[in-house]
Design a binder for this molecule. Structure first.
Ligand code: HEC
Ligand code: HEC
Length: 266
C-alpha cells in the first residue's frame, strides 16, 4: 500500500472511531443525568433524615410513626392518599410538607393532636424566627416523601428500633405504651428515652408513696397520669403534661403504665 493510501485509511478509521465515541457518550448522557439526579435526591434524603432526627422525633415519633395525643403519623396511608383533599390543598404533598413545616401550626387541625400546646407545631423557617434554613426544610420534606413506598405497602416496614418488650406482662405492655402514648417525648427512663420536659421517672417507685399523703405509690402514679394537675412536681409547671390520657387510654392501659413505672425501682 502506498503511503498516501495508508494515511487515508488510518484517517478514516480515526474519524469513524471519534464519531462512535461521541455517539456512545451521547446515548449514555440521559442515563448519567438520571443517575446524578437520583444520587442528589439520595443525599438530600439522608440530610433530611438528620434534620428529622434532631427536630421532629419528639412529637412525630422516632420513625415518623406519630405519637398518640401529640402529633400525627407522617408515614401512614392516610397521609399519602387522603390528607391533601381533607385539608383542601391544591398543590403536591411535598409542597404541603414544606409549607406546614416552614410556618408551623398555631392550632392543630385535629383535636386529638395537641403537639406542644400553643403553637401546636412551632415555626421552623428561619425566615419566621425558626431554627431551619430553606434547604434543611426541603431536605426533611424529601425524607418524609420517601416514606410513601412503605406507607402504601410497596416495601415492608422496617422493624422499629428500641428495646424488645415482653407484651404478655403488664410491665411489658406498659413499657410499650410508654413509647406509643408519647410519654417518651417528655420523660427520661434509662435506656428508653432522654427527654427533660417532665421529671425523670426512674426511681419514681421509691418516692411515689411519700409524695402525697394518703396516696400509695400506685395511687399516686395513677393520679399523675389521669389528672396531672392534681399534684405538680416541684420545679415543673402545670398544664404541660397532656390532660387527656384518661380519655385516650383505657383503664387497663393506664394500669399497665403504672405497673411499668412501679417496676422501675432505680
Ligand atoms: C411540638 C411538637 C411538634 C414538633 C417538634 C414537630 N411537629 Fe409537626 N406537627 C405537630 C402537630 C401538633 C401537627 C398538627 C396536626 C394537625 O394539624 O392535625 C403537626 C403537623 C405536621 C405536618 C402536617 C401533617 C398532616 O397530617 O397534615 C407535617 C408535615 C409535620 N408536622 C412535619 C414536621 C417536621 C418535619 C418536624 C421537624 C422539623 C415537625 N413536624 C416537628 C407537632 C410537632
Ligand atoms: C408534653 C410533655 C409530657 C408528656 C407527653 C407526658 N408527661 Fe408526664 N409529666 C410532664 C410534666 C411537665 C410533669 C411535671 C408536672 C406535673 O406534675 O404535672 C409530669 C409528671 C409526670 C408524673 C409525676 C412524676 C413525679 O416525679 O412525681 C408521672 C408519673 C408522669 N408524668 C407520667 C407520664 C406518663 C406515663 C406519660 C405518658 C402516658 C406522660 N407522663 C406524658 C410532662 C409530660
Amino acid at each position: 500500500m502506498k503511503r498516501v493510501q495508508l494515511e487515508i485509511v488510518l484517517g478514516t478509521i480515526f474519524v469513524l472511531l471519534s464519531a462512535a465515541i461521541v455517539i456512545i457518550l451521547g446515548i449514555r448522557e440521559p442515563q448519567r443525568l438520571a443517575d446524578y439526579v437520583l444520587q442528589q435526591r439520595g443525599r438530600q434524603i439522608e440530610f433530611g433524615a438528620a434534620v428529622f432526627q434532631n427536630n421532629c422525633t419528639a412529637c412525630h415519633g422516632s420513625q415518623g410513626q406519630g405519637i398518640t395525643g401529640i402529633a400525627p403519623s407522617l408515614r401512614d396511608e392516610h397521609f399519602f392518599t387522603e390528607r391533601l383533599s381533607e385539608i383542601g390543598w391544591g398543590s403536591t404533598l411535598e409542597d404541603y410538607i414544606v409549607s406546614v413545616v416552614t410556618t408551623g401550626r398555631q392550632v392543630s387541625t385535629r383535636p386529638q393532636y395537641v403537639g406542644g400546646g400553643t403553637p401546636a407545631m412551632p415555626t421552623w423557617s428561619e425566615r419566621f424566627g425558626g431554627p431551619l434554613r430553606d434547604d434543611q426544610i426541603r431536605a426533611v420534606a424529601a425524607f418524609i416523601m420517601n416514606f410513601e413506598q412503605y406507607a402504601l405497602g410497596e416495601l415492608p416496614t422496617p422493624v422499629p428500633i428500641g428495646p424488645v418488650v415482653d407484651e404478655s406482662t403488664p410491665e411489658g405492655r406498659g413499657q410499650a405504651l410508654f413509647t406509643q402514648a408519647g410519654c417518651v417525648a417528655c420523660h427520661t427512663i434509662q435506656g428508653i428515652s432522654t427527654a427533660t420536659v417532665g421529671p425523670a421517672l426512674d426511681g419514681l417507685a421509691g418516692r411515689a408513696g411519700s409524695t402525697v399523703s394518703g396516696l400509695t405509690a400506685e395511687e399516686y402514679i395513677h393520679e399523675s397520669i389521669v389528672d396531672p394537675n392534681a399534684h405538680i412536681v416541684s420545679g415543673y409547671s402545670p398544664d404541660v403534661m397532656p390532660q387527656n390520657f384518661a380519655e385516650i387510654l383505657t383503664e387497663e392501659q393506664i394500669n399497665d403504665l403504672v405497673a411499668f413505672l412501679l417496676d422501675r425501682t432505680q
